[in-house]
Ligand binder design. Structure first.
Ligand code: FA5
Length: 349
């Protein structure tokens, strides 16, 4: 076979091999065989000295042409495999933008906080200031300043957790009254405050009693504050939270820091007033204590009780939430079960 036929055969075989390559790896192997240092074409170029001088340029030109053709085919095949890899990757990583997104898990507000936030804005709207007393309160503010001296029998109703002789987990938010009264400057206007927060008692836990619950204290002191101001305020709160239909009633009661004293009941959410185990067959659930501020409380805080007077209330936020949402057991508030809490997401604003 003459040299030109051999070169032509190498070209045909090379092109054929490239066509047969199934992947990049096979193609790399073929490239080395065809174009590498040990390849047939390279060998021909290296043996130029054996070729007659007049044929040398022609052979060189022919070999280089074949190398160019093969290189072009190799490049095209390489490009083809690369495109195939990219297409496969794109297919695998395809994102369907029309699919609905995955929702992150959002927490929801605790029902007591929903009531608390709502009441706070309601009172702020009526010109009240929101204060925050300490959960570890002193005997002085929790009891003494509130007209409950050490031997007072009403202390028994609020047996609690003492930390030492003087400090205790507060049984009521009423200590906030004394703290605010001591500081208030009446020359600047009347005192109107609410003080929400946790309180603790050694109560037996049942559907409507917990040893830890939340109260919101309220206090209004000015000249000429009357019992009808208190009644009007309590009725407004009840209507705001429970709606116009739920019945309320005031009962005479006793608190050492108010005179006269009342308690407000709201008709039971469960039996609508007929009587059931939740309301202990009374048809009513007590939600707050209130009354006209006792002169001793004012005087203890340095306020002249012959000039100033006022009303105070302490409402149970848990009881408000129980009645508003129809919750059959107060303990559900404190077990932290997300399935319970999630039911109130729609109530958040
Ligand atoms: C008091 O704590 C008074 N300090 C309220 C007060 C303030 C009266 C200002 C006058 C003036 P009482 O012990 O009744 O009162 O509690 C008030 C409210 O807290 C109750 O009406 C009830 O709604 C709620 N409460 C009382 N004990 C519990 C309990 N163990 N678990 C859940 N809520 C309770």
């Amino acid at each position: 076979m003459d040299l030109f036929d051999r070169i032509n055969k190498l070209k045909e075989e090379g092109l054929d091999q490239i066509k047969q390559a199934e992947n990049q790896k096979m193609l790399d192997k073929i490239r080395v065989e065809l174009m590498g240092r040990k390849g047939e074409l390279t060998k021909i170029l290296h043996s130029m000295k054996d070729i007659t001088p007049e044929n040398r340029p022609k052979v060189g030109q022919e070999v280089n042409q074949v190398r160019d053709i093969l290189q072009k085919q190799l490049d095209e095949a390489k490009d083809h495999f690369l495109q195939a890899v990219i297409a496969k990757k794109l297919e695998e990583e395809k994102i369907d933008v029309t699919l609905p997104g995955r929702e992150g898990h959002l927490g929801s507000k605790h029902p007591i906080n929903i009531i608390l936030d709502d009441l706070e804005s309601y009172f702020i709207g009526m010109g009240y200031e929101v204060v925050q007393g300490p959960e570890i309160e002193t005997d002085h503010y929790c009891f003494e300043m509130m007209n409950l001296p050490k031997d007072h029998p009403a202390r028994d109703m609020q047996a609690t957790f003492y930390i030492d002789e003087e400090d205790l987990l507060r049984t009521q938010t009423s200590g906030d009254q004394a703290r605010v009264l001591e500081k208030h400057d009446f020359s600047k206007g009347p005192l109107k405050m609410v003080g929400p927060g946790k309180v603790y008692r050694r109560d037996d836990d049942d559907a409507t009693h917990s040893h830890q619950f939340q109260q919101m204290e309220g206090l209004v002191v000015d000249k000429n504050v009357t019992m009808s101001d208190l009644k009007g305020t309590l009725e407004m709160i009840a209507k705001h939270v429970f709606g116009q239909d739920r019945k309320t009633r005031l009962r005479p009661s006793y608190f050492p820091f108010t005179e006269p004293s009342v308690e407000m009941d709201v008709s039971c959410f469960n039996c609508n007033g007929k009587g059931c185990p939740i309301c202990k067959y009374t048809g009513w659930i007590e939600v707050l204590g209130a009354g006209m501020v006792h002169p001793n409380v004012l005087e203890n805080a340095g306020v002249d009780s012959t000039v100033y007077g006022g009303f105070a209330f302490g409402l149970g936020l848990d009881r408000f939430a129980i009645l508003k949402y129809g919750i059959s057991d107060i303990r559900d508030f404190y077990t932290n079960d997300v399935r319970f809490l999630e039911q109130f997401r729609k109530e958040e604003n």
